[in-house]
Every structure is written in C-alpha cells, then in structure tokens.
Write a protein that binds this ligand. Structure first.
Ligand code: ADP
Ligand code: MG
Length: 320
C-alpha cells in the first residue's frame, strides 16, 4: 500500500536567540512528516545520524499501512486468533489503552476503521455518507480489544476492528530517540518529529530551551507564545495542515470522534502538552483537541498536566 506523506508546518519553532554556537540540523521524511534532530557538536551529530534508523524501525512496527510491519499483522489477524507481539508494541498498546480509558475515548486507539473511512491526510480523503459512518461505529469499542499481559498478545472480539497509533506513536518514538541519544552520551539535543518535540538537557547551564508554539492561522514561522523547558516533551496537536474541505469551504480536522463518527468540532485551534512522558503528551494533546477547552482544562487539571491552549477565537490559556 502506498505510504502517504505530509508536510505539516514546523508546528514548533525553535528559538536560538543569541546562539552563535555550532549547530547541526538533520532532517528526514519519516512517520509521514519531517523529522528533525538538532545537535551542537561534531560527536553528537555523528550519533544523531544513526537515530534516523531507529525512527524508521519504529515506524515499521507501529504503522497501520506497512504490510511487513507488526501492527499491520495484528490488525489483519487479531480477530482470527490472539497475535503475540514484541515488547515494544505491547508496551505502547498498554499505554494507548490506559489513555483511551482515562480520556473516555476522546483519544481512542481503536479508531482505525473510522480513520480509514475518512482518509484525511491521504490521497483517498473524502466525506463519507451517513450510512458508511454508521457501518463503522460498531467497530470502535476499545473494550473489544483484549491485551493479554501473560501471553503478550492482542485479540479483537469484533471482526473489522483496527488499532491506530497515529495519535501516540510520534510522541513515544521521540522519547525512544532521546533515550538512544542519551545512552550514547548526548547531553544536549532537540528531537522534533512533526510537532512532537523532545528536548534533551538544557540550552546552557542555568538556561532552559525556549520553544515557540506556532499559530495555526498565521504564516509558517509565526508563533503565539513560547514555553521554556529542559529534559521534556512539548507535543502539539491542532488544526494545522491535515484537514479536508467540503463544497461549502467547511474544514474537517484529522482528529475524529468515535461517538459521532465525524471529525471533531472543537473551540480549540491548538493544544500543546508539556510533560516528560512524551507518549502521554501526544495522546493527551489529541484528546484535549477533541474535548474542547472546558473539558480539556478539566482533564489536564485532574492529571496535573502542563498545557497551553489556543482557542479558535484567539485566546491563549496556560495550565497550571
Ligand atoms: P498529528 O499526527 O498531526 O501529530 P495527532 O497526534 O493529534 O496529530 O494524531 C492524529 C492522528 O491520530 C490521526 O491522523 C489518526 O491517525 C489518529 N486519530 C484520529 N482521531 C483520533 C482519536 N480520536 N483518537 C486517537 N487517535 C486518533
Ligand atoms: Mg497526538
């Protein structure tokens, strides 16, 4: 099957004010987006080049579209029999299930059939009929996915179910890349997988990194606020470049509601979650965008998550 590529705006702009030091910026198109690793000396730069192989490896494991990949095999066979999976896939599935339950399905790892139906961000994007939508709503119940910890296996109780890790994999992988770099002695670096940023270390002794959060409504590069972080993920979900428009110019986002079967209608244009747990930040950014400001604020408060929301009417709200 064809792999679809997207070119989202650099969701987060890195500010290197007064930074005249050496800097290496390496880009590769992976995970259907632009993946960038920034390092600051020759040795770290050499190490960073190896990290792209790791991203490619995990892309294969977690992709729904790669016929040789592990998740593909799960989606194809888990209704017929329990499928035993690798530790890494089982680990992300357990996290995905936990976030699905904690957000009551605003983030739903069982959303695959609906994502396929709309195809937003792919060459097959289209607005399906009500009948088509109704026909997949029964396939999105996350309680029908059985994860067996002892066997490390996955079983679907309903035929036609499909797991989609698109809302969590980039965050998870950004942390895996950071761990790889740290193990090789890299003490300062910035990993950015299409808006899923993980910063290693600090900008300098006593000074955090400054990350700019891009305004989805402005031209590329414009940002509406900044956050200061060290050893932490900053993950942004929003109404950037993946959407489709209908005949009347209405825009539909690529984040879908498993109750309505349609793209979410939200009063948020962007959500950024700041947390050392990058996978959680990714899943919760997706969930918060879907929930809208009021319920997203409740969720982040309950979980003690640091967050920045931009509403469609231009208000910026920061938590805590
Ligand atoms: P991006 O991929 O642009 O960084 P997100 O992290 O918000 O954005 O993830 C969006 C992706 O997650 C979609 O492309 C789709 O694969 C999947 N997805 C869509 N709606 C949901 C949802 N309600 N819950 C979980 N995953 C979703
Ligand atoms: Mg996400």
């Amino acid at each position: 099957m064809m792999k679809k590529l997207f070119f989202p705006a650099c969701v987060l702009l890195l500010l290197f004010s007064s930074c005249s030091r050496k800097q290496y910026v390496e880009n590769e198109l992976l995970l259907s987006t632009i993946c960038t690793i920034t390092t600051f000396d020759d040795r770290d730069h050499e190490v960073s080049l190896e990290a792209f192989d790791l991203i490619a490896h995990y892309e294969k494991v977690f992709s729904r579209y790669d016929e040789d990949g592990e998740l593909y095999g799960v989606n194809k066979n888990a209704y017929d029999h329990p499928v035993v999976v690798s530790d890494e896939l089982f680990g992300i599935l357990e996290s995905a299930r936990a976030y699905t339950e904690a957000t009551d399905g605003a983030f739903n790892y069982a959303i695959g059939p609906l994502v396929s139906l709309w195809g937003i961000g792919t060459a097959d994007a289209r607005i399906p009929s009500d009948e088509e939508i109704a026909s997949v709503l029964g396939l999105l119940d996350w309680n029908d996915i059985v994860l067996d910890e002892n066997e490390r296996s996955v079983l679907f109780l309903t035929e036609g179910m499909e797991i989609d890790l698109g809302g969590i994999a980039k965050g998870w992988i950004s942390r895996a890349v950071a761990s790889f770099l740290e193990e090789r002695g890299v003490g300062r670096a910035i990993v950015n997988l299409g808006g899923n940023v993980y910063v290693i270390g600090r900008k300098s002794a006593g000074e955090d990194w400054t990350i700019g959060l891009q305004d989805p409504s402005s031209d590329r590069g414009g940002y509406f606020t900044t956050v200061r972080v060290s050893d932490c993920a900053v993950v942004t979900s929003g109404a950037y470049e993946r959407f489709i428009e209908d005949g009347e110019g209405r825009r539909y986002s690529h984040i879908l509601s498993s109750s309505s079967g349609r793209p979410v209608e939200t009063d948020l244009s962007s959500v950024s979650i700041i947390s050392p747990d990058a996978a959680k930040a990714d899943a919760y950014a997706t969930a918060c965008f879907a929930l809208g400001l009021e319920r997203a604020v409740e969720l982040c408060r309950a979980e003690d998550l640091e967050a920045v929301f931009l509403t469609t009417d231009g208000r910026c709200i920061r938590l805590p």
